[in-house]
Design a protein around this ligand. Structure first.
Ligand SMILES: Cc1cc2nc3c(=O)[nH]c(=O)nc-3n(C[C@H](O)[C@H](O)[C@H](O)COP(=O)(O)O)c2cc1C
Length: 366
């Protein structure tokens, strides 16, 4: 089955650095900060640069040396309040959150921000984190079954009066939330295993996956979209990438090498051990990180694999290739966020838009 690229412009999101250490497990000096003032300014720079979304992260413990972590929903609200167009996607982890609280929190933030709040429903990969906070660690596919019930509960609460639901994890009886969000918040879902994809193909608005080659992404998207069609469901795709855009390819490659040379080996190995075990626990016996090398793991969502590393021209061309593989949104991380998000907006996004326009013209002429 072939994938048709969307005629919509590809969207851009950035990872909010609300966790210390930036988006790499490396001791390379970074001007990125996890604090509130830095992040408010970054959000403003990003919306001016042409980004539509920002994604916050949720961590309760430091899995790989990320020592400080601001909570995602409160932080997302602060960023939405500091901007006027950006939609902020708040990561939510079933277990610590239940759908009742999440539905109410997000409905209130939606009211406060003219609907500029969305959620990323994550399912957990770090058993040590769950142990530390006294949450039961469910088997891999059980975590996704719980996430799906969580999502169905949220949507039910947001759209129905007298919501009634009988799940294995959550139950509602004639529950009516007031006020409901004026605009239904979009639900993104992070995860890359078969269970993650199957869930997205049934219920999620967006499927967020780790970085990968265009061929790897295309295979995932084909599987996802075939299943979604069979379910009569429509789902969009966001892919992670770590961007290193420099005037020359040599400069960009040198920065990548420097990040890897400064990697914190113990933290990378501990992270690799954790995620490979988490993947092995899935029925297919391998997770998304099964084939990740030490170098890949330095960006903890495989963002180097997507290879948005080079000149603005090279990066723009590769983004269009991703779009042709069925990607609707590029989720991007940077080394020095403020400066590099601005540079990306000035040098890369206009090139992507020009390539998209040329492609549309060719399609019309054909
Ligand atoms: C884009 C993206 C963002 C994620 N954000 C978080 C997060 O903030 N907190 C978290 O605990 N897990 C996060 N995850 C992890 C996923 O929810 C999931 O647990 C992990 O990818 C393993 O899933 P898998 O076994 O389906 O591959 C994220 C995953 C992706 C792809």
């Amino acid at each position: 089955m072939s994938i048709r690229a969307s005629s919509e412009p590809i969207r851009f999101a950035y990872w909010v650095p609300n966790v210390s250490g930036g988006l790499v497990i490396s001791k390379i000096p970074q001007r990125t900060s996890w604090d509130a003032a830095y992040n408010r300014k970054l959000a403003q720079i990003a919306e001016d640069a042409g980004f539509d979304y920002a994604l916050t992260q949720i961590r309760f413990t430091a899995g790989y040396g990320a020592e400080y972590q601001h909570e995602s929903v409160a932080f997302s609200h602060a960023l939405a309040a500091a901007t006027t167009r950006l939609t902020v996607i708040a990561a939510i982890l079933p277990g610590p959150w239940n759908p009742t609280l999440a539905a109410k929190q997000i409905a209130t933030i939606s009211e406060l921000t003219e609907g500029r709040i969305a959620i990323n429903l994550v399912s957990g990969w770090f058993s040590g984190e769950f142990r530390a906070i006294g949450e039961p660690w469910l088997d891999h596919d059980e975590r996704y079954r719980r996430s799906e019930e969580f999502l169905r509960s949220l949507r039910g609460i947001w759209t129905q009066d007298n919501f009634t639901f009988r799940g294995d994890f959550y139950r509602y009886s004639d529950y009516t939330l007031k006020p409901k969000p004026g605009k239904l918040p979009e639900i993104f879902q992070g995860g890359s295993s078969r269970a993650a994809r199957d869930m997205a193909a049934r219920v999620s608005d967006w499927y967020f996956t780790n970085g990968n080659t265009p061929e790897g992404i295309r295979a995932q998207v084909e599987d996802l979209q075939a299943k979604a069609r069979a379910n009569g469901h429509s789902v969009k795709v966001g892919v992670n990438a770590f961007v290193i855009a420099r005037e020359t390819e040599e400069e960009a490659r040198a920065v990548l090498q420097e990040i890897i040379d400064h990697a914190d080996p113990d933290a990378v190995k501990a992270f690799g051990h954790e995620v490979k075990n988490a993947g092995k626990a899935s029925p297919e016996g391998e997770g998304n990180w099964a084939k990740s090398t030490f170098e890949d793991l330095v960006q903890y969502n495989d963002g180097f694999k997507t290879n948005l590393i080079g000149t603005p021209d090279q990066i723009a061309e590769r983004i269009v290739v991703l779009k042709e593989a069925g990607v609707d949104l590029a989720l991007l991380a940077f080394l020095h966020f403020q400066e590099e998000v601005k540079y990306f907006g000035e040098e890369v996004i206009p090139r992507v838009r020009a390539l998209e326009a040329a492609r549309e013209k060719r399609a019309e002429a054909a």
